[in-house]
Design a protein around this ligand. Structure first.
Ligand SMILES: [Zn+2]
Length: 272
């Protein structure tokens, strides 16, 4: 069954992964800008990374018939130094203003909070403002730590404080049992991340679908350089099939929902 993986860090995956994903039905991926496993030493390093996301990776994906889209930002883990973070943020319009470089850019992300610090919050607010200024979609990372609930609440407050945010154009990612309700109730989209051990497993995500329905929800692998599984979306499809869910419901969560959300981007979304 065809699917979209709307959150996966392909720069840290091998070409074999692309091949396996294509065979499993992957038609498109979206890749948020994130932490590389180490702190980058200069803002220039981010310019190279943004070129990798906008120029190099789409070509690599195309060899396997997969459409590649991306999101730009400085991630919360490297946003503790506001001076440094602002230098990175200043690079983003270079890409958004360039018709060639912005061709696969869907929005600003994954912004959010990591340790819920004051500086992280400051930079989050500035990047929300950038998204508003450029009419971009937003993809939000919520903390993985025990303070996920508190962090999610702080993020929702920051979005509200901006005053110009349409919740239907924001996806709050890595929701779990204790955060999904506040996200959906406020009108945002919610992403469930399928990790082998932590976050949501395919089983827990299927339980959440059965509890909360299938509006404004998607699943993703958030595959990166750490323990993660680039095939977790098709594994979720399998789990749902095993539970007797209709093909239409499975397709909605894994293909039509992400497609509908991303279609709001000025770059649209070819996969319908
Ligand atoms: Zn991520």
């Amino acid at each position: 069954m065809p699917y979209i993986d709307p959150h996966i860090h392909m720069v840290s995956r091998t070409t074999d992964d692309y091949q396996r994903m294509a065979r499993a039905g992957c038609v498109a991926v979206t890749e948020p800008a994130f932490w590389a496993g180490y702190d980058r030493g200069t803002p220039e390093a981010f310019r190279d990374y943004f070129r990798q996301l906008t120029v190099v990776e789409p070509k690599r994906a195309a060899r396997f018939g997969i459409d590649h889209y991306c999101w730009l930002c400085i991630n919360p883990k490297e946003a503790e130094d506001p001076g440094f973070a602002r230098e990175v943020i200043q690079l983003i319009p270079e890409f958004l203003d360039d018709p060639q470089l912005s061709r696969n850019v869907l929005g600003i992300g994954e912004i959010g909070l990591n340790r819920n610090t004051k500086n992280e919050l400051l930079i989050l607010e500035e990047q929300i403002a950038l998204a508003v200024q450029y009419n971009q979609l937003i993809l939000v990372h919520t903390p993985h730590l025990e303070d996920k609930r508190k962090g999610t609440k702080l993020i929702l407050d920051a979005l509200k404080r901006n005053g110009h945010i349409d919740p239907g154009r924001v996806l709050i990612d890595h929701v779990e049992e204790h955060t999904i309700e506040m996200v959906l109730d406020a009108g945002y989209w919610a992403g469930m991340t399928l990790y082998p051990d932590t976050k949501c497993t395919p089983q827990r995500a299927a339980d959440l679908i059965e509890t909360y329905g299938h509006e404004r929800l998607w699943v993703n692998s958030a595959g990166d350089w750490g323990p993660s599984d680039p095939l977790s979306v098709p594994k979720f499809q399998q789990e749902m099939r095993g539970r007797g869910h209709a093909a239409g419901v499975i397709e909605k969560i894994t293909l039509t929902n992400p497609s509908a959300f991303l279609f709001q981007s000025r770059n649209g979304f070819a996969t319908q």
